[in-house]
Ligand binder design. Structure first.
Ligand code: HEC
Length: 119
């Protein structure tokens, strides 16, 4: 009786494991490809960038990018490249927190692109 129960549990775990491998792997690969492609190719989605900005950056950089605890970003595109802004968001620095792991690579890339247009 006990053996049969263990066998069933084992079989269920094996099926679950196979399902996980089948479904999780391609998704991860896609995300990886998306990450590298997101920076140079994707067009700016201003609405999404503003939403990300509002929920993550407003408290320090102000409602109109005018600056508060953090510096004014209204002309940040004239000072920093898209890649530099991207890195700044990911790494943070000083008082600014790192957003790595809190925002997706796509969100960061889109936000960086949107900000780099502010010149
Ligand atoms: C807790 C406050 C805080 C939050 C939240 C914050 N920042 Fe900052 N940010 C700062 C501070 C302070 C600096 C200046 C210090 C530094 O450059 O290391 C800064 C610097 C920057 C710079 C470089 C500015 C320059 O002139 O060199 C950029 C770009 C930037 N932040 C973008 C963002 C974005 C985009 C977000 C939201 C995803 C964000 N920050 C969220 C505080 C914050």
């Amino acid at each position: 009786m006990h053996k049969r129960l263990m066998l069933i549990t084992f079989a269920a775990a094996a099926v679950l494991g196979i399902c996980l491998i089948i479904f999780a792997l391609p998704e991860k690969q896609e995300a990886g490809n998306g990450n590298t492609a997101a920076i140079p190719n994707a067009p700016v989605n201003a609405t999404a960038a503003e939403t990300t900005y509002k929920s993550n950056c407003v408290s320090c950089h102000g409602t109109d990018l005018q600056g508060k605890i953090g510096p004014n970003l209204t002309k940040i595109g004239a000072k920093l490249s898209k890649e530099q802004i991207d890195a700044k968001i990911l790494k943070g620095g000083g008082v600014m927190p790192s957003f790595e792991g809190r925002l997706s690579a796509e969100e960061v890339a889109n936000l960086a692109k949107w900000l780099s247009d502010k010149t």
